[in-house]
Design a protein around this ligand. Structure first.
Ligand SMILES: [Zn+2]
Length: 219
C-alpha cells in the first residue's frame, strides 16, 4: 500500500480517539516503513528489479509479523510508561500493527513470520495487479476520509496523492532502470512520500471548518 493510504489509516484511529493528537498516529502507521527506508540505506534490507517489476526481496527486520508485533509492544511500553499515556500507547500500537496487516494484504509473498525463518512468506499479491491495486487503495483512502468526516481539502489530498501514485504503480520495464542504477533512489522516493503525506494529511485534517466549529462552541 502506498504512503497516502497508510496515512489515511491514521484517520480511522483518530476518529475513534478524537482527543489524541493526530501526528503521533500518522507516525505509528508508517513506523515500519520508516525502518524499511533506513534499513535499505544501511544495506540491511534490499529490493530487486526483475521481470520489469520491483520486488521487495529482503525486508524481514522491518516487515515481518514478529517485528510488527515487537515494534507495537515496544512502542506501547515506551508511551505508556515513558509518557504515561495509555490511550495514546494503545492507539499507537494499533497503528504500527495496521501497517503489517495491510502490507500482508497488498504485498506479493515477501512478508516472513519472523526474521529468523525464511519460510513461510505471506502476501496476497494485490500489488501484482496495478489497476486492481489502484482501485482498492483509492476506495480505501476515500473510505477513511468518509469515516473521519474530513473536509473537501483533505479529500483532494487523498485523491491527488492516489493519482500521483498511479504512474509509479504502472511503471515497468525501462522506466524502472533509474532504481536499478541508483539503489538509494527508491527508499528516498518512499521517504519523501511518507513525509509529504504526513504534512498534507496533518494540515488538512485540521481544517478551517474545525477551527470555526471550536470557536462557535466556545461562544
Ligand atoms: Zn510497508
Amino acid at each position: 500500500m502506498y504512503a497516502i493510504n497508510h496515512a489515511a489509516t491514521a484517520l480511522l484511529i483518530k476518529k475513534n480517539n478524537p482527543k489524541l493528537p493526530l501526528f503521533p498516529l500518522l507516525v505509528s502507521v508508517q513506523l515500519v516503513e520508516v525502518f524499511w527506508v533506513f534499513f535499505n540505506y544501511l544495506g540491511w534490507e534490499h529490493f530487486s528489479i526483475s521481470g520489469g517489476r520491483v520486488h521487495l526481496d529482503f525486508l524481514p527486520y522491518s516487515h515481518s509479523v514478529f517485528s510488527g508485533i515487537a515494534a507495537a509492544v515496544l512502542s506501547f511500553c515506551v508511551i505508556n510508561w515513558g509518557y504515561k499515556n495509555r490511550k495514546l500507547a494503545l492507539a499507537f500500537a494499533i497503528g504500527v500493527l495496521s501497517h503489517v496487516v495491510i502490507d500482508v494484504i497488498f504485498h506479493e509473498k515477501d512478508i516472513q513470520l519472523s526474521p529468523f525463518s525464511a519460510k513461510p512468506v505471506l502476501g496476497l499479491g494485490i500489488l501484482d495487479y496495478p489497476i486492481l491495486n489502484f482501485i482498492i487503495e483509492f476506495a480505501y483512502g476515500i473510505f477513511c476520509w468518509w469515516y473521519f468526516k474530513g473536509n473537501k481539502a483533505l479529500l483532494w489530498v487523498i485523491i491527488i496523492f492516489n493519482i500521483i501514485d498511479l504512474p509509479i504503480m504502472l511503471a515497468h520495464g525501462d522506466a524502472l532502470n533509474p532504481f536499478v542504477r541508483y539503489p538509494f533512489l527508491l527508499p528516498s522516493v518512499i521517504l519523501f512520500q511518507i513525509l509529504i503525506t504526513w504534512y498534507f494529511v496533518y494540515r488538512y485534517a485540521h481544517s478551517k471548518d474545525d477551527k470555526n466549529e471550536s470557536v462557535m462552541n466556545e461562544i
